[in-house]
Every structure is written in C-alpha cells, then in structure tokens.
Design a protein around this ligand. Structure first.
Ligand code: AMP
Length: 426
C-alpha cells in the first residue's frame, strides 16, 4: 500500500515524501482513512510504530479542509494531550514537519517553563495545541485558553498519562471541551483503567491494534545478563567500550542513580550524559541534543525523562535497573527497533531483581533469552517463592518491589575474569 492510496491531499503527500517515507506503517494504513472519515479511534500502538504521523497527517488534513476564511486569531480546533513535555515538543515538531505546506499553526504547552511566554503565544491564537495536562489545566483555569472550539481531541500515550496520575486533570480538561468532537486515543497497553477512560471519551470508536497486545517489536533482539549488583557498572562499561557502541540509551530507576552512573561512565572514559526530571528544561534539551548529535555516546535516563524521546535509529537500549512497573519494559525497549530497523535491548539483572524479571516475562508471556557466559560469576535469577502481596510505598503511594529484596540467589562472588583490567586498556 502507498501513501497515495490513503486519501491524503497533495500537500501532505509532499510532506511525507520530503521525510523520505516510502510506505505507510501498519498503524498509518489503518488509522489514516478512518480518521479522515471522521470516526473516533482507539489504537493499541506502541511508540516506534509511526503512530504520530498516523494521527497527525489526517488531523492536519481535516483542519485544513475547514480553513476556508483566514482567521486573524484562529480558534483552537485540535487538542493533543501527551504525558511529558518531551513528547509534547516532539509531537508539535511532527505537526510542523507534516504541516509545512499548510498554513496551520501549532503551539506546545508544557510545565517547567515560564507561563507568561505561553500566555502571549496563546493570545495570538493557534489551530492546534499540543499540551501536557497539568500546565494546560493551569491555562484553562486562568482563562488563557478557550477549549470550546476544539473539534478533535487526541490522547497520545494515554496509558502513560494514567500511570503519571493525570486522570483527574484529563477528566477536568475534557469537561471544558464541546460534547460533539472527534476523539483519537493511542495507548501501548490496555489496562482496565484505559478501557474505562476509552468508554467515557470515545463514541463508536474503530479499534486498531497494530502490535500484539503487551508484545514487543519482533525486530528487537532482547537479552538478559544475570549479574551481581556490584558488577553491573563494570559490565556496562565493558559492553559499551568493547563493542564501541556510539549511541546507547541506558535506563536507571532513580534520578540519583542516573547522576551517579553518568559520573562513573565518564570516569571509565565513556562520554555520557544524564537525563531526569530534576534537570532544568535547558539541561534536558542540551543532553538530548548532545546525544542526538553524537557528542555523548550514552544517555542515562529515568523512565519519565525518557518518555517521548524520538531518536531515529537508536541501536541499543540497556536496562541498567529493571523497571518498577512491568509495562515500562515495553516502553523502554520500544526506543530501539523503530520503524522496522533492527535494535538491541539488553537487561543487566541482579538476583534482587528476579521478581521484576518474572513479572516482565509474565506480561510478555515468554522468556527473554539469557546470556550464558557474562564473563562474571553466574548468578541465579530464579524466583525462590511467591512474593508477598504488594502494598503501597509509604512515600510514593505506588506499589513497588520493596518486598522482593530478599529474593533470588545469594550475592555473586568475584568476577570469573577481570573485566576492569580490560576496560582500562580501552
Ligand atoms: P512514532 O511511533 O510516531 O514515534 O514514530 C517512530 C519513527 O518512525 C519516527 O522517527 C518517524 O519519523 C518514523 N516514521 C513514521 N512513519 C514512517 C514511515 N511511514 N516510514 C518510515 N519511517 C516512519
């Protein structure tokens, strides 16, 4: 199937050709005609499937068709909600790229930056707003923005918005929208909460599922390295250095852990930068820019900070810590193997994380292949006994894996061969 067969206008086809896309991805093939026909959509599409163009192209076409007279101050006709500022920026950039032959105007609205500049931009008017829920709600409550003219609502990465606790904000935002509108919802996973959100937001939606539910892309080679906690850093430096990897996204659990690992990698002679929520917007943009342009080879990121990163052809993702929530494994490794390219996703798993690994494999309904010889003393990743029922963490209110600490085997002994020596010679 070609883009021409999807019913897109010449200007949009031109923008697609400018991007060098040859054929529409499966989500684009299914979503574009349905959205053009004005239907609501519920798409189970993970990141990397081309979902952004899947909703942006038909959305632009529908708005463009209705732009008959020139508005001095255009009313907002499309609202795209995203979980993070990175994703908001990335989607608004996609709107700019795909809409470059049209006259529609988009603004990105997100927290962590001055609100007054956003107020100024909103006063000028725009056709499309791409926003994170919290900051958008601030503008709504301050009456800086009028959502009563919105024709199309997009909830991008809806599962992540719910994970981040945006449900109340979403409900409030939706109450300011006109009842009659087109709704497009994209989510990598289907929880009961997602289904109930879909039931309240969507009307007679066409369901699109492009990847198997809770499955990861087939073109991503996944492997688990069983390794003791104290040797993880050494193994990481060794893998990156000995393979001469130039672009590696490394996931860690905490902001502090990201900063620490960044320093340690730099000490090992590896160019690295950390990306997490405590960094200023400027520092985050800079770290991402350095990573994209190859000034640093390794980006050490927390889950939330990495959400929405769009780095073309990212070849390697490494889970330095396994995620707290099993679904995040799918989000994380979806950073590689994008748009049909091959990718590699490695997980360095210590015995203390055996439960997290078991949870991930239960979700995936398959075992992730283990590396037989890691070069270190083997450790067992078998789960010894059933976990205690998870209770919410006192500080975060979220269920976590604290109770699983004693699981797995006893700590590993010294490495079988000394990789520290070999990494020093690099
Ligand atoms: P997304 O799933 O929207 O985050 O898109 C993933 C990546 O695929 C982005 O880098 C897009 O530029 C790219 N992409 C989107 N559509 C296509 C296509 N039809 N052919 C090739 N690459 C594409």
């Amino acid at each position: 199937m070609s883009f021409e067969q999807l019913g897109l206008t010449e200007k949009l086809l031109q923008a697609v050709a400018d991007q060098g896309y040859q054929t529409p991805t499966p989500v684009q093939q299914q979503a574009i005609p349905v959205i053009l026909a004005g239907r609501d959509v519920m798409a189970g599409a993970q990141t990397g499937t081309g979902k952004t163009a899947g909703f942006t192209l038909p959305l632009l076409q529908r708005l463009d068709a209705q732009t008959a007279q020139h508005h001095k101050r255009p009313p907002i006709r499309a609202l795209i909600l995203t979980p993070t500022r990175e994703l908001a920026l990335q989607v608004s950039e996609s709107v700019r790229i795909y809409g470059k032959h049209l006259t529609l105007h988009a603004e990105a609205i997100y927290g962590g930056v001055s609100i007054s500049e956003q107020i100024r931009k909103l006063r000028k008017g725009c056709d499309i707003v791409v926003a994170t829920p919290g900051r958008l709600l601030d503008h709504v409550l301050q009456k800086n923005i009028d959502l009563s003219t919105v024709d199309i609502l997009v909830l991008d990465e809806a599962d992540r918005m719910l994970d981040m606790g945006f449900m109340p904000d979403l409900r409030r935002i939706i109450s300011y929208l006109p009842k009659k509108r087109q709704n497009l919802m994209f989510s990598a996973t289907y929880s009961n909460e997602i289904k109930s959100l879909a039931a309240t937001v969507l009307t007679d939606a066409v369901e699109i599922a492009v990847a198997r539910q809770n499955a990861t892309a087939d073109n991503i080679a996944e492997r688990v390295y069983g390794i003791s906690k104290e040797h993880k850093r050494e193994l990481l430096s060794y893998l990156i250095g000995s393979n001469n990897w130039k672009q590696v996204l490394v996931f860690v659990r905490t902001k502090h852990g990201a900063d620490r690992l960044e320093k340690q990698l730099i000490q090992d002679g590896i160019r690295a930068a950390a990306l997490h929520g405590d960094k200023t917007q400027g520092a985050r943009v800079k770290a991402l820019d350095y990573f994209k342009t190859g000034k640093v080879a390794v980006l050490v990121a927390t889950d939330i900070a990495a959400r929405g990163l769009d780095i073309d052809q990212l070849p390697h993702v490494i889970n330095y810590d396994l995620p707290q929530v099993a679904e995040d494994y799918i989000h994380r490794i979806g950073r590689t193997g994008r748009a049909g390219l091959n990718g590699e996703a490695l997980s360095l798993v210590c015995p203390e994380e055996a439960w997290q690994l078991a949870d991930i494999e239960k979700l995936l309904k398959r075992e992730i292949p283990r590396v037989a010889d890691t070069g270190y003393e083997p450790v067992s990743l078998k789960v010894a006994h059933a976990p205690k029922k998870l209770t919410p963490n006192k500080n975060t209110g979220k269920k976590d894996f604290r109770h699983h600490k004693k699981s797995g085997s006893k700590p590993a002994a010294k490495p079988a061969n000394n990789r520290r020596g070999s990494s020093k010679t690099r």
